[in-house]
Structure formats: C-alpha cells, structure tokens
Design a protein. Structure first.
Ligand code: AMP
Ligand code: MG
Length: 416
C-alpha cells in the first residue's frame, strides 16, 4: 500500500546544513564599496569602515573617582589614624593649586585632577574633618579611588575595530575620543517583496481566500533595525514573468533582494526558477525546521535571499541566512547569536540530520530556566512568536528529548 506522508520534510534529496550555508554566504558575498564620513549623531547602526586608534588618552589625566581627600600614600600610618592639613580644593574641570607636599591633604571632588604627589583618595565618608585638619583611618590601598590617565583607552590604542556596528556604547567611545565624524560603510539598499496571489496589503479589502501580508512587516522591521534602507517592492503575484521582471529590475538598483514565499517545489513557486533562469542558485533547501525551503543565489550580480512564506519560517531564516548576507555585504563583524543553557520541560522526537527550533517560554527563576513549549506549533502561527520568549535549538544529532534534558535557548533578542 502506498504510504502518504504527513511530514512535509520527508521528501528525499540533499539538504544543506546551516553551518555550511553560513560558510558559503561569507565565502560568496563580498562587501560593497563606498566609505563616507558622517557626524557622530548620524552614525548609530552604521558599520565602522576603519580601525579607530585613540588620538588622546582617556582619561587624559589622573583624577579622583569619588568626593573626598587626595593624599600621599606614604604619609599614611598603616596601623592607626593619620591627621593631615587640608590645603586645596579641587573641583572637576579645575587645576590643582600646587603639588601636594608631605603632611598635606587636598579636598577633591569626583573627576577633579589629582595634584602631583597625591596617589590615593580617601572617600569623604571615611574621613573626619575638623577645621582645616582631616583624620583618615588606616587600611586604604595605594591608588584607591583614583583613575589613572589612559586606563580606559591609552593614547594610540585600538579603540574600535573596522567592521564594528555602532551602537550607543560605541558612539560613547568615539565621542570620548573627541571624534566628531566617523568613517562608515555606505548604507545598504535592500529590495524587499512578498510573493503570492493570495497575499494582500493591510488596509485593502480582503477577498474570501486571501490573507494579509505579515512577512513584509516582520522583515522590514528586522531590516530597519539593522540600519539598512528598505526598497519596498510590495506584493508580486505568482506569475513567473512578472516576478522575473521585478527581480531583474531590483538587481539593477539594490545591493540585496529579499523575497518571501514561492521557494517550495510547487508549480506556483517561481522564485527558485527565476534565480536559476536569471542568475545562479547556491542552495534552496536547508536542513532546518521550520524553514527548510530557503533559497540563496544571485540575480545578475546581486545576491538574493528567498525566504519561505510561512511567517515563523521567514523570521527564523532571515536571522540565519539573510542577516549574515547583510553582514557580509556591509563588511560588518558577523553577529553570533548567543545560546544559553536551559532545561526543556517537554518531550520531543526528531530525525537526525536537521536542526530544529522550538518556540518556547522561559519559566522558573531558581537554577537553569525551564523552557515551556508553545502549544501551537505551525510555522504559520504568528501568535506563537508574540507569546513566547525564544527558541530551543535542537542539534542535528538529537533524536529524542526527555523532559529535564539540558538544551540551548536562543532569545529572540539574539536573532532579530
Ligand atoms: P509559500 O512558501 O509561498 O508556499 O507560502 C507558504 C505559506 O505562507 C502559505 O500558506 C502562504 O499563504 C503563506 N504566506 C506566504 N506569504 C506570506 C506573507 N507575506 N504573509 C503571511 N503569510 C504568507
Ligand atoms: Mg506562495
């Protein structure tokens, strides 16, 4: 008797592993040219184009980390209190009046420059002030509560490497170095389109057999977070000629094309055929679930990521395939999603040879977090994304999971 399959992954043929796909991406996709200098306030999310070596030391001078009294360590009695005469008052931004000589202390505030000779600061809470005398308890270490010139960034040190994506903290580093402008890679322009006769634009009337386009909003959201320009090409019907024309035009004007839907083996799946006819196809099936049908290739010389139609699969494969392509194109240091150890509180069975991702919520606070599997698992189930915290990653080798087993957890914040 013929066996009908209820597993859409059961069809034969070779599937490419996700690690091999990633390697292929970084081998085949090269950074685009074009470097520009932008003001620091415009640099958020851009990719640094050159190494930044510190043109000044930060901090630029030895200074106090607290409000208190700057003293000479060698003046302090290690066994009992020491009383010193207070001579100066050094606020942040001002010069000390003079070097500190033996037997003297200087009142100093956070960020104030240490006077020459002083090598330790006593917090005001640990001192007793009486007129111009200050008494200090024993037990402090040399250099305590001070910041040494250059201890954060020595003059000439490598502060940030080319390829770093500039987040708020990186902007802080550049600003602290006094740099008003920064060399960054040209912003990528990425064409984004959805495919499908059934797919409609939100806001438009919906036919009885139609669905609204969720993918373009998920994908545009992730693209915008990555700091690229999105060329929104809307929805393209399941028509080979229209799709091929749209892709060929997009290839002329953009750095990367991202599509969703139409990459399976059905007769209405035209993306793969268009790549094969108008460019070259590198792979179209990955050994992952959800998201097996995902194509990578190029139209003309422009790379293309053909993501699956199901929204959960589209989101996951964006993170695993499209994002590395964007990093390769923009010369950005590749992001490696961090995995955290956690405990599965569900059983699971799978085949070897493919990596599977299970949508889960985090539970429990003591010890390793527990992962609860979401009760609906279809790759089209949008609420499975909004109601969970991330993905349990089950390796290619895993075949069976018992509740209580340790698994890797990937929070969505690491992916998108
Ligand atoms: P496909 O890969 O084109 O066969 O699509 C797989 C499933 O995803 C089908 O049920 C489609 O209707 C659905 N789908 C395709 N594109 C979208 C989209 N842009 N938004 C939401 N669902 C989609
Ligand atoms: Mg389709």
């Amino acid at each position: 008797m013929a066996q009908l399959s209820d597993d859409c992954f059961a069809f034969g043929g070779s599937l490419l592993g996700i690690d091999a796909a990633r390697q292929m991406i970084f081998e085949r996709v090269r950074p685009v040219g074009g470097i520009e200098r932008v003001p620091l306030r415009r640099a958020l999310g851009r990719t640094l184009a050159e190494d930044i070596t510190a043109p000044i030391a930060v901090p630029g001078f030895d200074n106090s980390a607290v409000d208190g009294y700057a003293v000479r360590f060698d003046d302090l009695d290690p066994h009992g209190p020491t009383t010193l005469r207070c001579v100066d008052r050094i606020a942040a931004g001002h010069d000390p009046a003079a070097a500190l000589t033996a037997g003297l202390a200087a009142r100093i505030f956070t960020g104030g420059a240490l006077p020459a000779g002083a090598d330790v600061v006593i917090m005001q809470e640990d001192c007793q002030r009486d007129g111009d005398l200050v008494t200090i308890r024993p037990g402090i270490k040399r250099h305590a509560n001070t910041r040494q010139a250059g201890e954060d960034m020595p003059l000439g040190s490598l502060a940030l490497k080319a390829g770093r994506r500039l987040g708020p903290a990186e902007l802080g580093v550049l600003a602290a170095l006094g740099l008003a402008e920064v060399p960054v890679r040209r912003r990528l322009s990425i064409a984004l389109l959805s495919t499908g006769d059934e797919v409609r634009e939100p806001g438009q009337p919906l036919g009885s057999r139609q669905i609204y386009d969720a993918n373009r909003f998920i994908l545009a959201g992730m693209l915008e977070r990555l700091g690229v320009d999105v060329a929104d090409l809307g929805i393209v019907p399941d028509d080979a000629a229209t799709l091929a024309d749209t892709l060929r035009q997009a290839a002329e004007t953009t750095d990367l094309i991202i599509t969703s839907g139409g990459v399976s083996t059905g007769e209405e799946d035209h993306v793969r055929t268009a790549i094969a006819n108008h460019g070259s196809l590198y792979f179209w099936r990955l050994a992952i679930k959800p998201g097996r049908p995902v194509a990578m290739g190029q139209i003309g010389a422009t790379p293309l990521a053909g993501l699956p139609g199901n929204p959960v699969a589209a989101l996951l494969t964006f993170a695993l395939v499209a994002r590395p392509m964007i990093e390769a194109l923009s010369g950005t240091e590749p992001h490696v999603a961090r995995r955290f150890p956690a405990i599965a509180d569900f059983p699971y069975k799978k085949k070897t040879g493919r990596r599977e991702y299970v949508r889960v919520s985090l539970e429990g606070t003591a010890g390793l977090p527990k992962l609860r599997r979401y009760h609906k698992e279809g790759a089209g189930m949008l609420t499975s994304l909004t109601e969970t915290d991330g993905l349990a990653e089950l390796t290619e080798e895993t075949t069976r999971l018992q509740p209580g087993a340790e698994v890797a957890f990937v929070p969505y914040s690491e992916l998108i």
